[in-house]
Design a protein around this ligand. Structure first.
Ligand code: PLP
Length: 436
């Protein structure tokens, strides 16, 4: 057993759940075999504790490192500010500079607040919407973090039904009195939102959604959402935590010609340094002054400095164009690699955040074997691939060569019904599913 797996065994004794993020749990990739910990990460390369070097063709810091790990320009800006003092009794001037830049990129927005993580920034946005409207209920689709406002959707009148809406997200510890305050609808299903709006017309504080993720919006869907929000007086909150800065320099909503009332950014805006921004219209954002939203480390200086450096480089280098091209090559490569194997894959997601599913009743075991085979070939790989600016054509070419090998082995194992015997450990855990 590698040093990383040994350490992870220890971690599970000291840290409930082993890690702080479901998507980084080794069991989600390759139980008992995933390298689990890293010593160094640079560009697209990661070195584990056993000195193995991998090319990351998985989620690259769960979508945070859009420029690649340890980007030299962002790191240089951060190191400079560490040397100058990253925390003090006075405020960081870069907060104002970043607010101006975010409002320049999103001309509909006038004001900005900051947090450091996506989920907490979403909770801030929801609080502002509730404070602004004086209402409690939230209509939402998609995933928005771990906070009570969101998980309360998984409470039910009967305890036995808890958790059925968002499989895998248990609402234990979320006050039962929040039942019925978060109302889910599915992306591209305007009728479901219409029904919520009709049944709770004067109670909805906000409609919360991602602009896009797995699918493009159907014609009229986003326009319909915008119209409903206006009609019922709800704040339209676009969660750009994952979608933002993938398809353009700014929120994905810019490409859909939709003006939300609030948009929330995290992850990719600061290339691996904690930072989140809540941007919005003045009349709505001013409500942040009528409630208490305040935290010490939301004032440190690394986050805004990293965000300024990341966004400026993003714009200068047209990073999203590169992400789209790399993602398209990977998507096409998956479809090509499966040809002639007798299997089929379903490919989805916006190109910078792509994923595939091997269509088979044993798909979970097949995906686990995929990760195992790719690891043996020097790649961190799963069903999801998030492109970064550090990915070059040669990475994609060598990755797709290994994918072809892996798909061939998987197809043979499935047809001779001995796939499980090829696995060197248990099948991966099935994680939480999004209501997209
Ligand atoms: C759309 C969306 N919202 C919110 C979050 C939560 O962000 P964080 O993990 O930084 O709290 C995520 C994380 O994956 C996300 O994809």
């Amino acid at each position: 057993m590698g040093i990383g797996q040994q350490l992870y065994k220890k971690a599970k004794m000291r840290i409930p759940g082993g890690t702080q993020l479901l998507s980084k749990r080794p069991e989600m990739f390759l139980p008992d075999q995933w390298p689990s910990y890293y010593r160094k990460a640079k560009g697209v390369e990661i070195w584990d504790l056993d000195e193995n070097r991998y090319i990351d063709m998985s989620t690259n810091g769960v979508g945070a490192c859009i420029l690649g790990f340890s980007d030299p320009d962002v790191d240089a800006a951060v190191i400079q500010v560490i040397n100058a003092g990253s925390m003090s009794t006075l405020n960081a001037p870069e907060e104002v500079e970043l607010a101006e830049l975010l409002c320049e990129l999103h001309p509909w927005a006038d004001m900005v607040r900051y947090a450091r993580c996506g989920g907490e920034a979403m909770a801030v946005a929801v609080r502002i919407a509730r404070a602004c409207t004086g209402r409690d209920k939230i209509a939402f689709c998609g995933y928005h973090g771990w906070h009570d406002w969101y998980l309360s959707a998984n409470l039910a009148e009967e305890k036995a039904l808890d958790g059925h809406l968002l499989p895998g997200l248990e609402p234990a510890g979320v006050p039962r009195c929040l039942i019925g305050t978060s109302l889910p609808f599915r992306y591209n299903n305007l009728d479901e939102l219409v029904t919520i709006a009709l049944n709770h017309r004067n109670e909805i504080a906000a409609i919360v959604m991602e602009p896009l993720r797995d699918h493009d919006p159907e014609p009229g869907f986003m326009e319909g959402v915008r119209k409903i929000a206006k009609e019922i007086g709800a704040v339209l909150i676009m969660d750009e935590v994952s979608a933002g800065f993938r398809l353009t320099t700014g929120g994905g909503h810019l490409l859909l010609n939709i003006e939300p009332d609030i948009a929330v950014f995290a992850k990719a805006i600061s290339n691996g340094y904690p930072m989140a921004a809540i941007i919005g219209r003045k009349d709505i954002m001013e409500a942040a002054q009528s409630t208490f939203i305040s935290s010490t480390y939301w004032t440190e200086r690394i986050g805004p400095v990293a965000a300024l450096a990341t966004i400026r480089k993003h714009r200068l280098k047209d990073v999203s164009k590169h992400l789209i091209q790399i993602g398209q090559k990977v998507q096409a490569g998956w479809l090509e690699a499966i040809k002639g194997t007798g299997l089929s894959v379903e490919v989805g997601g916006m190109p910078p955040m792509s994923h595939f599913v091997i269509k088979h009743e044993q798909s979970l075991a097949a995906h686990t074997l995929f990760t195992q085979l790719m690891l043996e070939r020097g790649f961190l790989a799963s069903r999801a691939f998030y492109a970064t600016y550090a990915h070059r054509d040669e990475h994609v070419t060598s990755y797709l060569c290994a994918v072809r090998d892996a798909f061939t082995v998987i197809a043979e194992a499935l047809s001779s019904k001995n796939l499980n015997s090829k696995l060197k450990g248990p099948v991966a855990h099935l994680g939480f599913k999004r209501l997209t």
